[in-house]
Design a protein around this ligand. Structure first.
Ligand code: 6PG
Length: 248
């Protein structure tokens, strides 16, 4: 599949600038919605600096915490307090200090298996949304954060996995991961992740340059299939930026 034509690549100098640019974009999306806001966070190491920044006075004081709801795009099937748990990381880094508990929506990992967790989270998302079908004119999320892995996966949508082809379900269980940590996952599907005003990919550092070259060349990779019904932004720092984008 060709990359979406609503994709925009934005490059910034370094990882600090990247976190600031991402935080500013999230704040702008929050400010643009006077009602209930839904933010879908991501796991991995890429958003850590951003989460740190959102906890600082300059940012946290501008977040209307009572009307912002926080979700997670994929989860490792480990206990909530395991250091590998994606929502656990976001909670420790900023959410638990500022967000009302009822506005934090973790993917459960205390179910018998990832598939049951997926069903429960799908129900939670559908009751939040108020419907069990996504309406293209009414996005589920205001902003969805994403990362990209070395094999081009995003969320827990790995290359050639059936989850990638899902068109009906909003959340599915993923029995095995392609990359570390090798634990089962639960992931939102492309239609659910894409139902947003903005999808914001973040990648920094030279380790990301090889996969970003493939992504930006338009290779058929999960990260290229993921796009928003609104805007899709790839926020990259200079070290991650592929050669042919450096000259532009
Ligand atoms: C996860 C993720 C995953 C991540 C990428 C990038 O649970 O690991 O949600 O999709 O975003 O693997 O990870 P890094 O940010 O650690 O490079």
């Amino acid at each position: 599949m060709a990359p979406s034509d609503n994709r925009r690549v934005i490059s910034v100098s370094d990882a600090n600038a990247l976190a600031k640019a991402a935080a500013d974009r999230i704040l702008a999306r929050i400010a643009a919605n006077r009602g209930r806001v839904a933010v879908c966070l991501t796991g991995g190491s890429s958003p850590r600096q951003l989460y740190q920044l959102l906890a600082t006075e300059a940012y946290r004081s501008r977040i209307p915490w009572d009307r912002v709801h926080w979700f997670i795009g994929d989860e490792r099937f480990v206990p909530a307090d395991d250091p590998l748990n994606n929502m656990g990381t976001a909670r420790r880094m900023f959410l638990d200090s500022y967000a009302p508990a009822s506005n934090i929506h973790p993917i459960p990992t205390d179910t018998a298996n990832p598939e049951q967790a997926a069903r429960r989270y799908e129900n939670e998302l559908q009751s939040f949304y108020g419907a069990d079908r996504l309406d293209a004119t009414r996005p589920l999320f205001d902003v969805v954060l994403m990362g990209v892995g070395p094999d081009g996966h995003t969320a827990s949508l790995f290359p050639n996995y059936p989850a990638l082809e899902e068109t009906e379900r909003w959340v599915v269980g993923v029995p095995e991961a392609h990359v570390e940590p090798f634990v089962p996952r639960v992931t939102l599907t492309l239609p659910a992740l894409g139902s947003c005003r903005e999808m914001l990919f973040e990648a920094s550092g030279s380790d990301k340059r090889a996969i970003l070259t493939r992504v930006l060349d338009g290779e058929d990779l999960p990260a290229n299939r993921a796009h928003s019904t609104g805007e899709t932004i790839w926020l990259l720092d200079k070290a991650a930026l592929p050669e042919n984008f450096r000259a532009q």
